[in-house]
Design a protein around this ligand. Structure first.
Ligand code: ATP
Length: 223
């Protein structure tokens, strides 16, 4: 579903180029879940941005569903994102002028995949039925986080990319939301790549890799 082949990425700094990724190889099969860990500044968000086609590597290739992102125009990458990817970033990116239900529906419609039964299921499982006519600003942070997850999953994306999706929540709420996320990812049949700092959060996923000095190391975290 997602493949990195010898991906290199650097940023320019006053001291010259700073390499963040130095030959990253990664394969995530359909339906598989993978946690990505690593120290602050190790390049996890950089890797996620490359996986989403929001940025391109200097060397190497990123492929989604067998399609090389470098071979697409910016518009082509945006279309692929809309149809294939769900993104949950630390900023929720909710649409303030739409209520909860319409936030979900719009996302599915943009991907050409409206499914009222799936949307109703998401609202129910995420505990948002009571709030479906609320606007995002009327929700608590925890509920906004649930809505962000619902929006990303509304089109049943082939691949969900999540950056610390429970990072802003207290531990108990985070456990509940993570449990829901994994359950809905499985129901949706999506692959999952999730950045987290927490071995506890990484533990239920199929595999865990650590980003260290620009490379990925295999590791099974202890809960
Ligand atoms: N646009 C940019 N320009 C220059 N340097 C950048 C840019 N984005 C990231 N960096 C640098 O690249 C390195 C990796 O950043 P990145 O945000 O990918 O790490 P991270 O592992 O996600 O960190 P955190 O866990 O703190 O979110 C850092 O040293 C950062 O300062």
């Amino acid at each position: 579903m997602l493949e990195f082949r010898q991906v290199h990425k650097s940023y320019s700094t006053p001291q010259g180029p700073q390499y963040v990724l130095s030959g990253v190889d990664l394969r995530l099969a359909a339906g598989e879940s993978l946690a990505l860990m690593g120290e602050s500044g190790s390049g996890k968000s950089t890797l996620l941005h490359l996986a989403a086609g929001l940025d391109l590597p200097e060397r190497g290739e990123v492929l989604i569903g067998g399609t090389s992102l470098a071979g697409l125009s910016e518009t082509g990458r945006a279309t692929l994102r809309r149809h294939t990817l769900g993104l949950v970033f630390q900023q929720f990116h909710l649409i303030p002028s739409l209520n909860v239900a319409d936030n979900l529906l719009l996302q599915a419609r943009l991907a050409g995949r409206e499914d009222s039964r799936w949307t109703a299921r998401l609202l129910e499982r995420l505990g948002l039925v009571k709030h479906q006519h609320y606007y995002p600003e009327q929700l608590s942070g925890g509920l906004q986080q649930r809505l962000a997850i619902g929006r990303a999953l509304a089109p049943r994306p082939a691949l969900l990319l999540a950056d610390e999706p429970t990072g802003n929540l207290d531990e108990t709420t985070a456990d509940t939301v993570l449990g829901l996320l994994l359950e809905l990812v499985a129901e949706s049949g999506s692959s999952l790549l999730m950045v987290t700092h927490s071995p506890r959060v990484a533990a239920p996923l199929d595999a865990c890799l650590i980003l260290h000095h620009g490379r990925l190391l295999p590791e099974r975290p202890t809960p």
